[in-house]
Design a protein around this ligand. Structure first.
Ligand code: NAI
Ligand code: AKG
Length: 463
């Protein structure tokens, strides 16, 4: 086993750098086949100082495809099926370099403040609202997600739910489970010929639009952006217009300040009588007490909810009024489908997300590439090859203030900088440079000098 090293070496680690067996390694890599396709055949797989020292915490039952990719790198991977209460999360996060979560785990500034070793967060899902992205960026912590691997699964769920709502299948099925035969056609409809109103015409909304048209529906959508329509769908100018025309309203917007309570008493009022509401976006987008009123009054004929303002930590936990005050009222409604945030929960989606996010984490930890990061500038350099054995890759994440590049180049400029790229995003900038002919003493010197600059957020040197 090589000398124990942090991937972000502390000062006392640096003293051992020269004697580390891992200091000049070219370890065989277990990068997956997809990753191999995008790097040259003789690419040198850069690693942080010692991959076996990288600690990874995976929460919320991240798919085994992702777990395998990370374990095969030699990282120490701890896997938990559910999310953790904040106090336990803080205890665990102190120690880890990489954390993988899904939609439930809240990585707030309060939690991230304790994450002294953390370099990267993987959201094994689409939404990143559960992470304080700006705070993470300010600490030099990269955040990755999977922007569309579960979009199809959500779109298919919504198609299914429209049929289930229009035919009152939830209620009929419950009645049969309770031993009651209740054969009715009153208030039951085909979805063919009905109008679907999609709020948020992004990856999911657009995918759903195509599927709905294939079912014979007319599609209208509302989005803050002007987006090209697919098929014969057409964009309307306001949410109000959409609500006034749609038989089914489905929400596919992110959780941001503008979408909080987007569907409240006024919007239910604007909906057609007897229409349906589907929410598989985020729980805060719908005012649930207003939905309860609209359902009880008969204004809406049914609803499907996959997401809630407060969701339980894991399977088997209660979904009751302690979690959300209106819990019991909601559960008593007719023609209401309640699902436990499973929009993206299919084998296909979870496997694909596992691979995509784990690969991004490996690329970041081992190579420093921020391609696909949602909170840092996207910077990547072509891979080093086996013909370049004495190269080091310098990664310097810094405050985006005048004069920094001059200082950094004063430090690395004495060496042969083969290639360099830098970019900024808001207040944070990311610099990557490959330097040739360096020995471990030089690496130590570079590291120490970069760390001492006042602009420094985080320095990493890979070789
Ligand atoms: N239930 C589940 O399991 C899942 C839920 N989701 C949720 O669905 C959301 C949408 O996902 P994608 O379609 O992939 O996102 P996306 O980013 O591709 O599309 C979102 C669309 O909403 C639009 N938008 C933003 N603010 C708006 C506003 N105030 N009014 C109208 N339109 C607005 C954007 O312009 C964009 O076109 C995610 O942010 C996530 O929260 C995503 C996957 C699974
Ligand atoms: O599968 C999950 O845990 C979360 C799905 C989701 O909401 C998302 O991808 O944003």
């Amino acid at each position: 086993m090589s000398a124990a090293r942090d991937i972000r070496p502390r000062q006392d680690d640096l003293a051992n750098l020269a004697s580390s067996p891992s200091a000049s390694f070219n370890s065989p890599s277990s990068h997956s086949s997809t990753l191999n396709r995008i790097v040259p055949v003789n690419a040198k797989h850069l690693k942080p100082f010692a991959t076996e020292d990288i600690k990874v915490l995976l929460l919320e039952n991240v798919n085994e495809t992702g777990r395998e990719i990370l374990s095969q790198q030699g990282y120490q991977v701890e896997f938990l099926k559910s999310s953790l209460p904040e106090d336990q999360l803080i205890e665990k996060i102190r120690d880890v370099h990489v954390i993988g979560i899904r939609s439930k785990t809240k990585l707030t500034a309060r939690v991230l403040k304790e994450a002294k070793n953390l370099i990267v967060i993987g959201c094994f899902c689409i939404g990143t609202n559960q992470v304080d992205l700006q705070y993470a960026a300010d600490q030099g912590i990269a955040v990755f997600n999977s922007p569309f691997s579960n979009s199809r699964s959500v779109a298919e769920l919504v198609i299914g739910e429209m049929v289930v709502l229009a035919r009152q299948l939830g209620d009929r099925s419950n009645e049969m489970h309770n031993g009651t035969w209740n054969k009715v056609s009153n208030g039951c409809w085909e979805i063919r010929g009905k109008t679907l109103g999609i709020v948020g015409y992004g990856h999911i909304g657009a995918q759903l639009s195509v599927l709905a048209e294939a079912m014979g529906m007319s599609v209208i959508y509302y989005d803050v952006l002007n987006i090209m329509s697919l098929g014969t769908a057409h964009q309307v100018e306001s949410l109000e217009q959409l609500l006034a025309q749609a038989d089914f309203v489905t929400l596919h917007v992110p959780e941001i300040a503008e979408t909080k309570g987007m569907i409240g008493p006024k919007q239910f009022e604007q909906m057609k009588k007897g229409s349906y509401l589907i929410n598989a976006s985020r729980g805060t987008v719908v005012d649930i007490p207003a939905l309860i009123d609209a359902s009880r009054s008969g204004k809406i004929a049914g609803a499907a909810l996959d997401v809630y303002p407060n969701e339980p930590a894991g399977n088997g936990d209660y979904f009751n009024s302690e979690l959300n005050t209106w819990g019991e009222d909601l559960r008593s409604l007719k023609n209401l489908i309640l699902t436990p945030h499973i929009g993206g929960s299919t084998e296909e989606a979870q496997k694909a997300i596992g691979v995509e996010v784990a690969q991004a984490l490996v690329r970041y930890a081992n190579e420093g590439s921020t391609q696909g990061a949602v909170n840092l500038p996207e910077v990547t350099l072509r891979s080093l090859t086996m013909d370049e054995p004495n190269h080091a890759r310098v990664i310097y994440i810094h405050k985006n203030i005048p004069g920094v590049l001059r200082k950094v180049n004063e430090i690395i400029g004495d060496h042969n900088v083969d290639k360099q790229m830098t970019d900024s995003r808001g207040d944070v900038a990311y610099l990557m440079a490959d330097i040739s002919n360096v020995d471990t003493a030089t690496i130590r010197d570079l590291y120490t000098r970069l760390e001492s600059l006042p602009s420094r957020i985080m320095t990493r040197i890979l070789y």
